[in-house]
Design a protein around this ligand. Structure first.
Ligand code: ZN
Length: 299
């Protein structure tokens, strides 16, 4: 059976295993994010780049860590929040309506995100204490910022390419990215060769627009010196449910719920990641109060 994957990640070992490359096609993920959040191009480019690197990162760990990534710059977009587990991502931006471009028409992601601020990455493996790491933003362009993150926080010399292209109607038409990681023992001449290649290569989103597959992007970066490893599907998906938001309400405590019940008689909660609305009516709220009351009695 052939399973068609529209959005996927291709992993490869290159130059005798001394370089690892992950290349991802994320056009549909970025289209879905744009539709859910009604993103203007610059907000969409910033969120799309973050979703792409999060999808790649979450696929690089062996133990299926749950990742939360926050990009907090001082630009008009505000905080970008991404969650990712094993190639499944979701995210949102504080301000979806940013459209900033340079004089040549290229989207100005750096000023929209802001050049001052930080990236925080929280890795949560259910059995252990979550691990959090923060590095400052160095450009606001996202790819360079994550290159710096990998070098500083994970001590892996890396190169990151990320891109989202739009059609004349400002809709996403191609998106994707790559992560090149240098392994111990990599020859100096290999690094120089890669640096020269990456400096001259067209942007990965323009290659994807031309129809390049992830493997063809890896081929382009390495001039064919690679060994194919796994390929896996990537998706934008939100696992939210009424039960999850109910647990959130429960955690507010009895007094708070009583207050909501007497003032508003209902609670409406919208999921930040997928914009789905959840309604809790009088009866739902009363049930939560009853549940909290019976817990109190049992203590
Ligand atoms: Zn949701």
């Amino acid at each position: 059976m052939v399973i068609s994957m529209n959005n996927y990640l291709q992993k490869a070992y290159c130059f005798d295993g001394t370089v690892r490359i992950y290349a991802a096609i994320t056009t549909e993920i970025c289209q879905k994010a744009q539709n859910i959040h009604h993103l203007w191009p610059t907000s969409c480019a910033a969120l799309g780049r973050c979703l792409t690197i999060a999808a790649i990162m979450s696929s690089t760990y062996k133990s299926q860590e749950h990742l939360t990534i926050k990009v907090c710059g001082d630009g008009p977009i505000g905080q970008i929040t991404i969650e990712a587990t094993d190639g499944i991502v979701r995210g949102f931006v504080h301000n979806p309506g940013v459209y900033l471009s340079y004089n040549n028409g290229k989207l100005n992601v750096a000023d929209a995100v802001g050049r001052n601020g930080y990236i925080e990455v929280i890795k949560d493996l259910s059995m252990r204490q979550p691990f959090s790491s923060t590095v400052e933003l160095i450009s606001g362009e996202i790819a360079e910022d994550f290159t710096y993150y990998f070098a500083k926080s994970e001590q892996i010399p890396s190169a990151v390419g990320l891109g989202v292209l739009f059609d004349t109607e400002s809709k996403v038409k191609a998106a994707g990215g790559f992560l090149v990681q240098i392994m111990p023992g990599c020859k100096e001449e290999t690094i120089t060769k890669l640096e020269n290649k990456l400096a001259k290569m067209p942007s990965c989103s323009s290659l994807i627009e031309k129809g390049y597959s992830a493997l063809e992007i890896i081929n382009e970066i390495t001039d064919g010196d690679y060994e194919i490893l796994e390929k896996k599907e990537l998706k934008y998906e939100c696992p939210c449910s009424k039960e999850r938001f109910r647990r959130g309400l429960v955690s507010l405590g009895k007094e708070e719920i009583k207050e909501i019940l007497s003032v508003d008689k209902k609670a409406s909660i919208q999921c930040n990641f997928c914009k789905k609305n959840y309604e809790f009516n009088e009866q739902d709220l009363q049930n939560i109060i009853d549940e909290l009351t019976s817990k109190e009695r049992n203590i």
